[in-house]
Design a protein around this ligand. Structure first.
Ligand code: ADP
Ligand code: MG
Length: 313
């Protein structure tokens, strides 16, 4: 027997490096007429690197000793670079987020020994908290962690890093800001070509939905040829952005990798997850998974679906 068109299309998609979970999904891929891309790990390579380690002097906690090298009670507060990095890395160690992996890798490169961590928890789109050396450490988006976002010492460093296109990550110890990390990620080499191909296929330019800061987002979007940018989004805001478009009659394809993308992947007409760096939740929630780590596979599977649907009729 000859294979039904949608099944051969699934086999074909597999050869292109995309795991399509069912014939229904294979068919739906060809119906989409709008695309929303996540930034970190989707539009970017997902292997960000720590470029800046900035302890905040005069703002740190006191009375800390131990493997993080925190200063003693009598010294003016403030961590060394290594102290700040090992504290952040310890708290991030259990996390699978690309930023967490970057922070842990940076600590390893410096040969730092990470202190034990307990009571880890993470909030998608915000950051993580954990108890390190008996102190509650929070690492995440400055605007979301900081009760007083206008703290001048923090705002200055964060502003400088973000102006340089970095993702600024704040480190707090027992509620006190102790430092800021600058992290940079590269655009995928096939991002601009993919954006152009998707624009041609759907007749609409893809949108960027990200939890990252507006400046880093705008800079990266411009490199990829995207003008429709929504930044500072929590997982539910990504869902709202998708629903808005679907309410306007669009069939939206969401491409994402993170735990924070899972609700949007589920809400979208079709959800596609990046397999290599993708979180388990994103892979399970998505309708299809990009196994070969290339963004260019996205327009390829949409085209495959359309071709198969023409044969089905
Ligand atoms: P994106 O939507 O671009 O993939 P996320 O929603 O995953 O980004 O993250 C949004 C922001 O939340 C990050 O830029 C960072 O500031 C913060 N964040 C989320 N998870 C973490 C983490 N594990 N460590 C530090 N910061 C985090
Ligand atoms: Mg992401």
């Amino acid at each position: 027997a000859t294979m039904p068109p949608l099944l051969s299309a699934i086999a074909n998609a597999g050869r292109h490096g995309v795991l399509v979970k069912s014939a229904v999904v294979m068919e739906r891929l060809g119906q989409i007429d709008a695309v929303a891309l996540d930034k970190t790990g989707t539009l970017t390579e997902g292997t960000p690197r720590v470029t800046d380690v900035r302890p905040l002097t005069g703002a740190g906690p006191t009375g800390l000793t131990g493997p993080t090298g925190l200063t003693g009670a009598t010294e003016p507060a403030g961590l060394t670079e290594d102290g700040l990095l090992s504290l952040a890395a310890a708290a991030e160690h259990p996390s699978e987020h690309p930023l967490a992996r970057a922070i842990v890798a940076a600590a390893r490169e410096r040969g730092l020994v990470l202190p034990d961590v307990r009571d880890f928890s993470s909030a998608p789109g915000v950051g993580v908290t954990a108890v390190v050396d008996g102190r509650t450490v929070a690492v995440g988006a400055p605007a979301r962690l900081l009760a007083d976002a206008a703290d001048p010492a923090v705002a200055m460093v964060v502003g400088e890093l973000e102006a340089g296109g970095r993702t600024a990550v704040l480190v707090q110890c027992d509620g006190v800001p102790v430092g800021v990390l600058g992290i940079a990620d590269r655009l995928r080499p096939d991002a601009a070509a993919t954006v152009a191909a998707l624009t041609t296929l759907t007749g609409t330019a893809p949108a960027l939905l990200t939890g990252d800061n507006p400046r880093a987002a705008a800079r990266l979007a411009a490199e990829a040829g995207i003008t429709d940018v929504r930044a500072g989004l929590l997982p539910q805001d990504k869902v709202a952005a998708v629903r808005e478009r679907e309410a306007a009659g669009r069939k939206v394809l969401v491409v994402g990798d993170g735990v924070n993308d899972a609700p949007a992947l589920a809400a979208a007409h079709t959800g596609l997850a990046m397999g290599r760096a993708g979180s388990d939740l994103a892979l399970e929630t998505a309708d299809a998974v990009i196994v070969r780590d290339e963004l260019a596979t996205v327009p390829a599977v949409v085209a495959l679906s359309r071709a198969a649907r023409r044969l089905v009729v």
